[in-house]
Design a protein around this ligand. Sequence first.
Ligand SMILES: [Mg+2]
Length: 384
Amino acid sequence: MNIAGIQSDWKVERIEFAKLTGERARSAGANGRIGIHGKTCSVDIARITIDGQRGYGSSIRISPEWAETLIGQRLVDLFDDLGRLKEEYRLQLEYPILDWLGQRFGKPVYELEAGTHFERGVPLIVPCYDTSLYFDDLHLPDESSAVALMQEQAKQGYDKGHRHFKIKVGRGGRHMPLWEGTKRDIAIVQGISEVAGPTGKIMIDANNAYNLNLTKEVLAALSDVNLYWLEEAFHEDDALYEDLKDWLRNRGQQVLIADGEGLASPHLVDWAIRGRLDVLQYDIIWPGFTHWLELGQKLDAHGLRSAPHCYGNAYGIYVSGHLSAGVRNFEFVEYDDITIEGMDVSGYRVDNGEMHIPASPGFGIVFDDELVSGLVKRSGWSKS
Ligand SMILES: [Mg+2]
């Protein structure tokens, strides 16, 4: 971000907070760790007014008392000399402020944050994958009907323009007997790979429900599948990942190792730099966008890949694609079909396994001013 264009008299005038609600297109079942994820979703947003203009975006860990201390502050003072929003404002306000800057300069955020690899003047189109394939089959006693159900769900995604799919595995970790659940994982991944076809990339995510040997059993059984990455097979451990990497190399099997969402090991990036894993997956809301810009550029320098985790936050899905302009080795937008009342994302479009990012100012997400004002009054707060 070039802060030279930020005028010194642009000051924070108002900060408002509201919780928007909505739902998934389809209820999501359990994963390797926890139970049913359901249909209901929400997005916490802040609306910031600077120099008479508004910006909107995700906001977490914000309080009215904290917001009050920002009123009257100069926008330019919230940035460091490198043009990054200072750490202490990020979780609360980085999205509303980036959106505001985009509105003010009449540019999409991806252009404000673009790196040297970014091609200007061309529509931004980013690979995406359908992340909605949970354990929705646990009530079905037999494997073949479980496979049929999960194939049907993947077909729904295919019909909505998806070509790449992430599948939850690890049924035998908690929700099913160990080997029966593992066998079912394998059959479901094979079944969905038929829906995806030979060019569709398949990712599997065990949410740490496997161990090293189970992981090898599953990967060996899936050697004919176009498996792109293996995510959170077990809790990250450099000795176990080193073994897994050696094993894959010796077999000549190409599968990327992905990890880093949730309570990731503080050593994870160092392990990746030492070749133990390939794809980093910190969350797009926490630690967030600016953190990802910094980290992603560091990962780029080491030939590592960036794939921000976005599950569970409908706002994160749309903003994460903007990162690809600043992070060369950006892999995928993690896409879940969620509708949030008052948040219009119709500028974004999924087609043929890619997300088309709108060239409209800011993040190109249109919030309903009146609806948000009502929510601010009823259940949110406002400081000015
Ligand atoms: Mg995951």
